[in-house]
Write a protein that binds this ligand. Structure first.
Ligand SMILES: C[S@@+](CC[C@H](N)C(=O)[O-])C[C@H]1O[C@@H](n2cnc3c(N)ncnc32)[C@H](O)[C@@H]1O
Length: 234
């Protein structure tokens, strides 16, 4: 059982993760997905709330919002992820529209009441293999290749009075995300934290993380954070 430190606090709802179909090649929901799903419980979702799940993977967060009555748009750059979200939504007959694309596509479809994002954020050396599967988690030398554009796009994605939830690792510098959202006009703060053991990807990156000064030699745990940004009403 995962445990979370809730900053501002809410109870952990029974996760939907175990019920989601995930084919090989699509990101399998894990601790970051769970932590974000928990933070999303704080969001004022009711019947008809428009939610964007960007970087949607299997669609687990989209499904979680739709189960609460939201009308959801899920956007992912991977065709297989989009198909997976579509199948998961159809099985449950939930109102989730799955679209292939990136932040530009999401902007065309917005603005939204709530935006939720679990982008790729693992720091990767230039020599990393890359390829379509690595785009599930690899995000440039500091892991901010999608995070920074997301912060920049946030103002257009979220309607006035709405909010954004984004999860990433403390290796990506949570203060940068908070500052970027605040600079864009949001009220922003960390609302969830949890510390987890390195998974296989981070174990393989330990040398790189140490070389660029992101972790001590032999480091075996990372902290995940969820940041919430609230856009003031006009
Ligand atoms: C860490 S996974 C998160 C999946 C899911 N939201 C979850 O929490 O389990 C990141 C997802 O972002 C997608 N992705 C990567 N770069 C993207 C981009 N520029 N725009 C949209 N999706 C992207 C990947 O295909 C992958 O499905």
């Amino acid at each position: 059982m995962l445990e979370y430190e809730a900053v501002g606090g809410s109870d952990l709802r029974a996760p939907v993760l175990s019920r989601v179909w995930v084919p090989p090649g699509v990101y399998r929901p894990q601790e970051d997905s769970l932590l974000l799903a928990d933070a999303l419980n704080d969001a004022p979702i009711q019947a008809g709330t428009r939610v964007l799940d960007v970087c949607s993977g299997s669609g687990v967060l989209a499904l979680s919002a739709a189960e609460r009555g939201a009308v959801v748009v899920a956007v992912d750059i991977s065709r297989l992820a989009v198909l997976t979200t579509w199948v998961n939504a159809r099985i449950r007959q939930l109102p989730v529209t799955a679209c292939r694309g990136d932040l530009s596509r999401a902007k065309e479809l917005g603005p939204f009441d709530i935006v939720v994002a679990n982008p790729p954020y693992v720091p990767a050396p230039a020599s990393a293999a890359g390829g379509p599967f690595a785009q599930r988690w690899d995000a440039g030398s500091d892991g901010r290749a999608v995070l920074d554009p997301l912060c920049e796009a946030a103002w257009e994605l979220v309607r006035p009075g709405g909010c954004l939830f984004v999860v990433h690792s403390a290796f990506n510098d949570e203060a940068r995300t908070v500052a970027a959202l605040q600079a864009g006009g949001f009220d922003a703060e960390v609302v969830r934290r949890t510390t987890i053991p390195f998974g296989s990807v981070l174990r393989s990156r330990r040398g790189y993380l140490n070389t660029v000064g992101l972790c001590e030699q032999g480091c075996a745990v990372e902290e995940l954070v969820v940041i919430r940004g609230d856009k003031p009403r006009e």
